[in-house]
Design a protein around this ligand. Structure first.
Ligand code: BES
Ligand code: MN
Ligand code: ZN
Length: 493
């Protein structure tokens, strides 16, 4: 899609939709006042009568706009200027893009105020570029009649003629992030009959080839040779064999340290013999969101040619029920020699990650981040829109949290007190795979910590934000692609 940044009078912009963003209260910016004069004061009248207040994501359409070049005008609220921030830009801009992409073959022009309070204009332009991609693609992968359509043209109209080239490159960067987010969303939204370990691995190889990543796939014999027996146990009840995919990106000197991104890729989580009820199982095609986030983020990092070295590693299995399933009471020997008593086959993500984390730790990476839809307990703690963060190294975690803040994604750190690890003590093996009902997101993180060999590590539990059954004005239902932007942002300074 063609995204361009320009400066021109709003009356002269040719587009099927001209979207005008306005703050709550305050007077109309100069360029909007000129537009309003041409529209006979229609905008001022809407505001005066209280039909448009400018509250965040509020929207009003004007279908009859004679006298200007655009065919329709849509007003979108930005909320109060004083409390404006990156996450609100995201919401307002996504609401706008989702609203005007319901019909096919639409050209859109979006006009942003010159003064965005605490938000830099370049950041806002980047988010617009991102939303032009993410807001115009829905979750209807398998529908004949789509409910969202790509724009034929997307113009970003800024209030000043300065720095246009800089804004244009921000918009393009946003588009790359948007395509990466959509890649993650697509993989997560695919039916589990289509997206299983082998097909994920094949897709990863195709993406790697396209963007210039090195890609290596471990099949069963290689996994056995690597002693990844904890990961393999989870997959043994499925007719779909497990895979581990490694992705390498070298954007810095070959001897510069590598950072590793690790993803949970349970392509379907039935719970295994600790079977989930229907309600809990309905969304479990999304249990590979961590893996899809790693692939999406690495595709953007490669396309943006960021000056870093990254090792991506995803563990892909299907957690199923059959005569061959792993059982309660089984003792698994993880790659690093730790023995694990399985007391709940639904706590499978940690068993998969254990082996991938220990493999990555042995590659002598400098730092790691894992992403996983790991626990329902994290959703109970933080809700559906906030990712949980856990760490063994506060400075590294602070870097990740700062990047999330710049990217406008909500992440909140939970503690890692040693008392939580007590819940995992076991009489028959080194550790058991579940604790009590309480603090489940943290005990899961304490379990993972045993496999990172003390390397600075952040665990992001994305069980809440990765997927949502219901749509919101600013988000489609289904997969969100959450944390793709944060991961890229970590390596962007
Ligand atoms: N994939 C689930 C976690 C999950 C739940 C993700 C809801 C997204 C939405 C994970 O494998 C799981 O089943 N966790 C169990 C752990 C328990 C058995 C200790 C859970 O959260 O109930
Ligand atoms: Mn599970
Ligand atoms: Zn799971």
């Amino acid at each position: 899609m063609n995204v361009t940044v320009k400066h021109a009078p709003l009356t002269d912009i040719f587009a099927d939709w001209l979207v005008v963003f306005l703050f709550e209260g305050g007077s109309l910016p100069d360029n909007v006042r000129t537009l309003d004069e041409r529209l006979g004061g229609a905008i001022a009248a809407l505001i005066e009568r209280g039909d448009f207040t400018g509250k965040l994501c509020e929207s009003v359409d004007l279908f009859h706009v004679p006298g200007i070049a655009a065919k329709r005008v849509c007003l979108i609220g930005l909320g109060e200027a004083a409390s404006f921030n990156v996450s609100k830009v995201d919401r307002a801009v996504m609401s706008a893009c989702r609203r005007v992409s319901v019909r096919a073959a639409v050209s859109a022009a979006l006009a942003i105020p010159g003064d965005l309070g605490g938000v830099a204009l370049g950041t806002a332009v980047q988010i617009l570029g991102w939303a032009s991609e993410v807001g115009s693609v829905g979750q209807g992968l398998y529908r004949a009649e789509k409910d969202r359509h790509r724009f034929t043209e997307f113009q970003i109209v800024v209030a000043s003629p300065d720095h246009l080239a800089e804004w244009q490159s921000q918009a393009s960067r946003g588009q790359i992030l948007g395509e990466a987010t959509n890649l993650t969303r697509e993989l997560v939204n695919m039916a589990p009959a289509d997206m299983y370990p082998e097909t994920f691995a094949a897709r990863a190889e195709a993406v790697a080839k396209e963007v210039g990543l090195e890609c290596e796939v471990f099949d069963e014999s290689r996994l056995r040779a690597e002693r990844m027996l904890s990961l393999m146990a989870v997959g043994q009840g499925s007719v779909r064999p497990p895979r581990v995919v490694l992705l390498r990106y070298q954007g810095a000197a070959p001897d510069a340290p590598y950072v590793s991104l690790i993803g949970k890729g349970v392509t379907f989580d039935s719970g295994g013999l600790s079977l989930k009820p229907t309600e809990g199982m309905k969304t479990m095609k999304a249990d590979m969101a961590g893996a899809a986030t790693v692939l999406g983020a690495m595709s953007a990092i490669a396309r943006l040619k960021l000056p870093v070295n990254i090792l991506g590693a995803v563990g892909l299995v299907e957690n199923m029920v059959s005569g061959a399933s792993y059982k309660l009471g089984d003792i698994l020997k993880a790659r690093n020699g730790v023995t694990i008593e399985v007391l709940n086959t639904d706590a499978e993500g940690r068993l998969v990650l254990a082996d991938v984390l220990s493999y990555v730790a042995d590659q002598k990476v400098a730092k790691m981040i894992d992403l996983a839809t790991l626990t329902g307990a994290c959703v109970v703690a933080l809700g559906e829109e906030v990712a949980g963060a856990f760490t063994n190294d506060q400075p590294w975690c602070d870097e990740v949290l700062a990047a999330a803040k710049r990217a406008g994604e909500d992440v909140w750190q939970l503690p890692m007190f040693d008392s939580f690890a007590d819940q995992l003590r076991c009489e028959v093996a080194d550790v058991k795979n579940v604790g009590t009902r309480w603090g489940g997101a943290i005990t899961a993180a304490k379990f993972l910590e045993k496999f990172v060999s003390g390397i600075p590590w952040v665990h992001l539990d994305i069980a809440g934000p990765a997927f949502s059954e219901a749509q919101k004005p600013h988000r489609d239902g289904g997969a969100s692609g959450a944390m793709v932007r944060t991961l890229v942002e970590i390596f962007s300074v």
